[in-house]
Design a protein around this ligand. Structure first.
Ligand code: NDP
Ligand code: GDP
Length: 323
């Protein structure tokens, strides 16, 4: 049985990845930070909470990371923990950097010192591209020009991960993942905010959905497909970085139109209002990724398309709220 350590196991990707690895007969260890109320709802929804071995720790605390690595004796480490919300990163730039940037040095150190043969996955982000190469499809070779404290922290972590590979000969792969969503997505992200909002309107629990920039475009895929790509990267002989994306881009308005349609509500514009509060100090206008390298070298491709993703999310929120 192979041991895997997942940081961020209570998050969207951590939960799907834990399920994926358990189904492959891994023993899964998950790093969990202390909260006043534990956050296990995703693992509970997937029915795997009792199958994961939890280890206490925090990305800002070196000793707890050392202990997690020593106790789990991993052959694969998936570093998914992060302050992952771009909006918050302007309000809590220092915290974002401490967790998403400096925290990555700490987990890399823990792996270098206590499990140097383990394969390491770093959760890099398409946000690192920012508005570089405007309008172009982004690949592994596209220049990076981050536009938020989150993206800048991720960029630091990305290069630090590459540097540990080059400096210490560690197996470190970075997945440059474009936005990926699911019914387990955090409620503050625009897709889940829309699916939840549409379900509330449909059920008479709300009458409006307040959003920011409706013109913004993203390459949205399904998180369940994307965690498989993380695993595939660590099954390679040599570590490499890969873009993971669908290659399609849609606007926030497109997502709204499609979501209201799934709920059988016509004239979506009557229910959506703009609120300046949800605009960003600096916007990343559009993202579209080219994952042909992952297609060729990993044999990875997305299985769930945009329409299926929106339907899955709206139906899940309708079911939750109907209960
Ligand atoms: P989530 O926000 O759903 O999950 C983040 C996880 O990190 C949670 O388990 C959270 O724990 C944990 N965490 C946060 N701060 C700390 C800390 N100080 N110490 C330990 N754990 C901490 O993110 P996703 O699952 O969506 O994303 C996974 C990773 O992939 C993140 O690094 C994200 O930045 C990156 N990424 C995500 C993309 C996406 O579209 N989803 C795109 C590209 C990259 P808790 O439950 O206690 O809050
Ligand atoms: P991000 O790509 O990681 O920032 O993912 P988000 O889901 O948070 O945001 C995606 C895009 O939706 C960004 O361009 C936001 O500006 C835009 N957006 C528009 N309205 C909202 C909103 O109300 N909430 C969020 N989170 N994003 C919004």
């Amino acid at each position: 049985m192979k041991n895997a350590l997942i940081t961020g196991v209570t998050g969207q990707d951590g939960a799907y990845l834990a399920k994926f690895l358990l189904d492959k007969s891994y023993k899964v260890f998950g790093l969990v930070r202390r909260l006043s109320t534990p956050n296990f709802w995703r693992l509970e929804e997937l029915g795997i909470k009792d199958k994961v071995e939890f280890l206490d720790g925090d990305m800002t605390d070196q000793e707890s990371l050392n202990n997690a690595v020593k106790l789990s004796k991993p052959v694969e480490v998936y570093n998914l923990a992060a302050q992952s919300y771009v909006g918050t990163s302007w309000k809590q730039a220092v915290l974002t950097a401490e967790v998403d940037a400096v925290g990555v040095i700490k987990i890399l150190n823990a792996v270098k010192d206590f499990a140097s043969d383990a394969k390491f996955y770093q959760a890099s982000s398409s946000e690192m591209f920012g508005n570089s190469a405007k309008g172009e499809v982004k690949s592994e070779d596209t220049p990076l020009h981050p536009t938020s404290p989150y993206a800048i922290s991720k960029l630091f972590a990305h290069w630090m991960a590459v540097n540990y590979k080059d400096s210490y000969g560690m197996f470190v792969s970075c997945g440059i993942l474009f936005n990926h969503e699911s019914p387990l997505r955090g409620i503050e992200f625009v897709t889940r905010k829309i699916s939840d909002g549409v379900a509330r309107i449909k059920l008479g629990l709300a009458d409006k959905l307040y959003l920011g920039n409706l013109e913004s475009k993203r390459d949205w895929g399904f998180a369940g497909d994307y965690v498989e790509a993380m695993w595939m990267m660590l099954q390679q002989e040599d570590p490499e970085n890969f873009v993971i994306a669908t290659g399609e881009t849609h606007s926030v308005a497109d997502f709204c139109r499609e979501a209201f349609e799934v709920a059988g509500i016509e004239n979506w514009k009557d229910y959506v209002a703009k609120n300046e509060k949800f605009m960003r100090p600096s916007e990343l206008h559009a993202l579209k990724g080219d994952s042909s390298k992952a297609g060729k070298e990993l044999g990875w491709e997305p299985k769930v398309n945009f329409g299926e993703l929106v339907r899955m999310m709206v139906e899940a929120d309708l079911e939750r709220l109907s209960k």
